[in-house]
Design a protein around this ligand. Sequence first.
Ligand SMILES: Cc1ncc(COP(=O)(O)O)c(C=O)c1O
Length: 383
Amino acid sequence: MLDVRIQLNPHPVAPADRAATLARPVFGESFGDHMASMSWRDGSWGPLELVPFGPLALSPATLALHYGQSIFEALKAYRGPDGAAALFRPATNARRFEVSARRLAMPPLPEGTFELACGLVAAADRDWIPTDHGAALYVRPFMFASEAHLSVRPAHEYRFVVIASPVASYFGEHLSAISVAVETHDVRATPGGTGAVKFAGNYAAGFAAHGRAGAAGHDQVLWLDSTERRWVEELNAMNVVFVWDRDGRTVVSTPPLTGTILEGVTRSSLLELAADQFAGGPPIDEVVEEPTSIDQLRAALADGSLREMFACGTAAVIAPIGTLVEGGVPRRVGDGRPGPVTTALRERLLAIQHGTGPDPHGWMRPVDRILVDAGIDPHAVRP
Ligand SMILES: Cc1ncc(COP(=O)(O)O)c(C=O)c1O
């Protein structure tokens, strides 16, 4: 059993202020009343602590600030129709966190810690979970080199922390299509690099290209491979999915995991849902992971065989792509609006997440169950 210590926040945000925040939650701007924290020093982990949300005291020599040894995850907690809080596929994020830790020469967490830390925060901050369609409590686990030292080497001390922030639906009331610019200068990831893990520096490296795309009026960047600058990879924080008409058959495809693409939890979930042929959704004849070149996309947009295109990730769930811009030339995808496969997959996944539709794969993990499985009485974290 893990050594777990619980200290509830004696000064939580006043209910009226919390309600005002939840009425219009802005991504990443406000946070719950609690956080989880655990420290590693010279080969062993200390206790997992649930404590009031608050600042971290750091030395200016903190290694992560200098050499970037820092990784993170992202997952969401939802409240079902019965009010119970549940996390979407936390074990999948836990596995990816471990892969990220190993790639960055960081210690893996003890078995079960990731899920329990997220469960503790979601349970203690259950009143921070918004219930509107598409809204959720965004849970952000991260780990960084916390040792105060300036040597260029893996740290001897690490800190694992989980915080949570309420978020509204990415699209507000109405789903709209985004405009995506193909990046032809910078690259996000290289073979043998860190593109397949959630390493903090991957994101900073994409900011300049993202800024250029934004200045030109586009929402996101579509990255190409670094070797041939030809194969479509993904967006800054979302995977990309295509819906093709191939001789009258509807084919859903996404680029394969070549080592430079993040294995998105949303991506994997949507591939399974598309293959399930869920009731009420549009017919999908085939689901494949296959490379797609930018030339292929250009030709398929011209002859109409690329029907739909969307981006997917924890934050937006699914973002329909209505315009693809290459070399400043915009090309419309389909009629430029969210297509039927895109919309149906999004609604199906949201129904699972909000507990309003069947969950045949058992993806929702009730937070009370996580606590009970770890030997913790859920009442111990009720503020
Ligand atoms: C680079 C990148 N690709 C894809 C994704 C989508 O992954 P997920 O569906 O697990 O959020 C993310 C977001 O986490 C990301 O940062």
